[in-house]
Design a protein around this ligand. Sequence first.
Ligand SMILES: Cc1cc2nc3c(=O)[nH]c(=O)nc-3n(C[C@H](O)[C@H](O)[C@H](O)COP(=O)(O)OP(=O)(O)OC[C@H]3O[C@@H](n4cnc5c(N)ncnc54)[C@H](O)[C@@H]3O)c2cc1C
Length: 336
Amino acid sequence: MAIGLPEEFGGVGGEFSEVILAIDLLYQAGLVMPAITTQFMARAAILKHGSEEQKRRFLQPSASGELLISAGITEPDSGSNLFKLRSSVKRLPSGDFLLNGTKTYQTGFVEAQYCQVVARSEGGDDYAARTKGLTMLMVDTKSPGISATKMDIQMFMPDRHYTVSFDDVVVPKENLLGNEGEAIKVLFDWLNPERLIGAANAVGQADYVLEKTAEYAKIRAPFRSPIGAYQAIQHPLAIAKSHNEAARLMMYDCARRFDLGEDVELQSGMVKWLTSESFTQATNIAMDTFGGASLDLSTDLLPFYLLAKLQEVAPVANNIVLNQIAEKAFGLPKSY
Ligand SMILES: Cc1cc2nc3c(=O)[nH]c(=O)nc-3n(C[C@H](O)[C@H](O)[C@H](O)COP(=O)(O)OP(=O)(O)OC[C@H]3O[C@@H](n4cnc5c(N)ncnc54)[C@H](O)[C@@H]3O)c2cc1C
């Protein structure tokens, strides 16, 4: 948790590339922790947009893991189209904020101490002004007026996901991140870290699954030879491994360019899509190789099959990423 944070905020230093490396290596070892995705995204936003006081208050305890931060974006009617979000935030005479609304699919909300919530201080109905009036607040998850209900999501993971209602929740003015009504700037700065973290999750897990599959293929022998001797098993494994290595190389290149301050919006979208595809490819061959055993939870494979599906949908659906690549790379018109 201390990686990628300056020493003055309790970190051990390092750039975003080191965060990506750490996640890749942990996930290669099968240590999957979805909640750290929101933690690293949130910290990237605080590092860039937080005041000095906010950096000390939120980053320092996050380096030791004492403070966890969840991400409050998705709402029941606003997933792929985040601009449709309806949660509202108003200024009180004291200068503090009053937050109302509902968020859903909130990973680790109850376990986290703070949630970075995006709400509207104005607008919403005017399409042309959809990016205006968004405000981001660091909300204490134990504030009065908050109620969280655990969703029935079964990923065979320790992480929990919640639907959260904010009913007249008072948020101190000191917890405004960036400028009021200008959260779009923070959201744009989330984009690349979010995609790169998702990519590191995917390539790391793909390798874990491929290694596990190769080990099984060496010992499982329903006929005379182990199934790993058959090209019907070898070739998909070899193809998945090659795709994953190619995707990983592009991911590290993108992370390095991000650290250099280059515009990587197009490349990070490609990296998100490529890595989630190679993860899916890896889990498909893994499920085929394990046969019936793939559905036995004791082989610890099924969670990764579901995680590969999750990677295709969240934090942003692959279809949306492909739309954005087509628009940005070729200037094709937007249809939605
Ligand atoms: C396990 C899990 C954890 C999550 N954790 C968090 C979290 O911590 N915080 C948070 O804020 N959110 C979280 N999310 C929400 C996640 O970010 C959304 O699920 C994601 O943004 C997609 O939104 P949606 O599910 O509403 O899909 P929808 O917007 O309903 O879209 C459904 C599908 O339609 C297709 N589609 C939609 N629009 C287009 C288009 N214009 N062109 C082509 N295809 C399109 C896509 O294939 C998409 O998958 C989580 C989700 C899951 C499943």
